[in-house]
Design a protein around this ligand. Structure first.
Ligand SMILES: Cc1cc2nc3c(=O)[nH]c(=O)nc-3n(C[C@H](O)[C@H](O)[C@H](O)COP(=O)(O)OP(=O)(O)OC[C@H]3O[C@@H](n4cnc5c(N)ncnc54)[C@H](O)[C@@H]3O)c2cc1C
Length: 491
């Protein structure tokens, strides 16, 4: 949960094309070679062309990046608003889901974890100090005023569970005072977290209960809020309402067709990039960027229960070409560590955890966890792993014994890295009056969710349009956008 989460996936224009030549396992690389045609499918080619064209508009790119950062801040504030205004039941759900805010600290005086800011270690990076200062400047520009560089002693005081990490990335002077190695530093920066896996089912139950029931046409009681999982939409039917083009119905994979002219349709296909195009709407050049994740669930031994009593933190570890978010805590007597991140270009294909990308990145992530929290990996593997390079056999052992779950997923992105929000247009470019879209949220769907929904839902609402950031975002996020506009801007 950060205001810049959405910026972390798509390398831009020429940089993107260059990085596509570099294998994902090399610094900055995003190419995979073991997935047939992934770099030359029609969707891949169109994405590359549009990304290249977009790269020509330097000023436009800067303006969009700044708009996304400001939009991210709005979304962080909306998340906080959800928490502050929640009833007791929803607040308890957020707490159980490890909601940690991203906002200015509310405790006066000393800095503390879980009060809007967190510790982000930056390590094994030649320009670590410059990287930290650039991050600090970006956050200050959007209104976060409490960023600071942390000394190793400050990091250990804030989070004693990072002691091993601090000791292995520092040098000690004669008096034993630790200073960071030249390629490491830590930044105190705005950032929070949410355990979506816990949150989503609880939120669903809450909404079902809170929104109540109604009697359907057969007199049967139905919940007002419903999810119909497994109902794949295969096609959309269009028609007219007066001179307006509208969606009149949906065709499902199981053969069912539902026709209804009087409802609104919101399309949020997320990972399923290309769905809008398939349904007959305009969709900006799209691609999926794979990302990998590991979720550890390690029983806490009886003699360590007191030691791990306060184990609860979130952070991102930054290395060259890698940002690895961590969410760690003790839950139901187990150490629960979730890490994610890394990226590779998958165009319109779906990644699989046993392809080269998934296997290699999961192993890398495993070793980063061991670098940061060696005590936890030692508990999992039953031996001292401090300073060791862990192997595929170690990871296989943990997976077989249900101590870790491996996963790869896709971030849905557009050539300019911007989400797609608001009105939808048919293939002829005609706005469809009773439909809208909220998708292509890339690596920031959780962080940017509340702001994206507000803008998408309010695309004709004067209150939303009066907000300069929201109206700018809505304009950049139009679902009929093409990169030719950027070539024209450059000219
Ligand atoms: C490795 C990884 C790490 C990430 N880390 C973060 C992070 O730290 N912070 C953050 O904010 N975000 C993060 N994200 C991004 C975030 O997970 C996504 O942006 C978010 O889940 C997108 O939500 P969505 O609802 O738009 O799409 P999705 O979650 O993809 O949901 C789309 C839904 O639509 C359904 N659907 C699609 N097509 C059809 C159809 N034809 N018919 C019926 N249903 C259909 C799908 O089944 C799915 O349920 C990460 C993503 C990955 C892969």
């Amino acid at each position: 949960m950060t205001p810049d989460e959405i910026l972390s996936v798509v390398p831009r224009g020429k940089e993107f094309v260059n990085k596509l030549q570099v294998l994902f396992s090399q610094p900055g690389g995003i190419r995979v070679d073991d997935v047939k045609d992934v770099n030359k499918s029609p969707a891949a080619t169109r994405f590359m062309e549009q990304a290249e064209m977009y790269s020509q508009d330097e000023a436009g790119y800067k303006e969009r990046t700044q708009a996304l950062l400001e939009f991210g801040k709005i979304s962080m504030d909306l998340w906080q608003g959800i928490y502050d205004n929640a009833d007791a039941e929803l607040k308890a759900i957020l707490v159980a889901s490890n909601f940690n805010p991203c906002r200015e600290p509310r405790t006066k005086g000393t800095s503390q974890l879980r009060d809007g800011y967190r510790v982000d270690p930056i390590c094994n990076m030649q320009n670590a100090v410059e990287h930290a200062h650039n991050m600090k400047r970006d956050y200050e520009n959007i209104g976060y005023k409490n960023c600071k560089i942390l000394s190793p002693a400050e990091v250990m005081a804030l989070d004693p569970y990072l002691t091993d990490f601090c000791k292995s990335h520092t040098v000690a002077d004669q008096a034993g005072v630790l200073t960071w190695r030249s390629d490491c530093i830590a930044l105190w920066r705005p950032g929070g977290c949410l355990d979506a896996q816990v949150f989503l089912p609880k939120l669903y139950d809450y909404l079902k209960k809170t929104m109540g029931t109604y009697a359907d046409e057969l007199g049967k009681t139905q919940n007002c809020f419903q999810l119909h999982l497994g109902k794949e939409v295969q096609g959309v039917e269009f028609g007219k309402n007066g001179d307006k083009t509208i969606v009149t119905g949906l065709r499902f994979a199981d053969g069912q067709v539902i026709r209804d002219n009087n409802c609104s349709y919101v399309f949020c296909p997320g990972e399923a990039v290309g769905t809008l195009k398939k349904f007959g709407f305009k969709e900006p050049a799209y691609a999926g960027f794979a990302g990998a994740s590991l979720k550890f669930y390690i029983p806490v031994p009886a003699d360590k229960i007191a030691y791990y009593a306060n184990f609860n933190h979130c952070m991102e570890v930054h290395q060259v070409g890698i940002v690895q978010p961590f969410q760690s805590r003790v839950r139901d007597g187990k150490i629960d560590i979730a890490v994610a991140g890394t990226k590779a270009f998958y165009a319109d294909q779906k990644p699989n955890k046993n392809e080269a990308f998934g296997k290699n990145r999961n192993l890398l992530q495993f070793n980063i966890v061991n670098e940061v929290l060696p005590e936890c990996m030692s508990l999992a593997l039953g031996r001292d792993t401090k300073g060791q390079t862990l192997t595929q056999a170690d990871l296989d052992y943990l997976e077989k014994n249900n101590l870790v779950k491996r996963w790869v997923g896709t971030r849905a992105v557009v050539y300019d890295g911007f989400p797609t929000l608001g009105a939808v247009y048919n293939h002829e470019g005609v706005e469809v009056a009773n439909a809208r879209v909220t998708t292509h949220l890339g690596s920031g769907g959780a962080s940017f969710g509340p702001a994206s929904v507000t803008v998408s839902r309010g695309f004709k609402n004067q209150e939303v349009l009066k907000n300069p950031v929201m109206s700018k975002v809505l304009n950049f996020a139009k679902s009929d956008r093409v990169a030719d506009q950027h070539r024209a801007a450059k000219a």
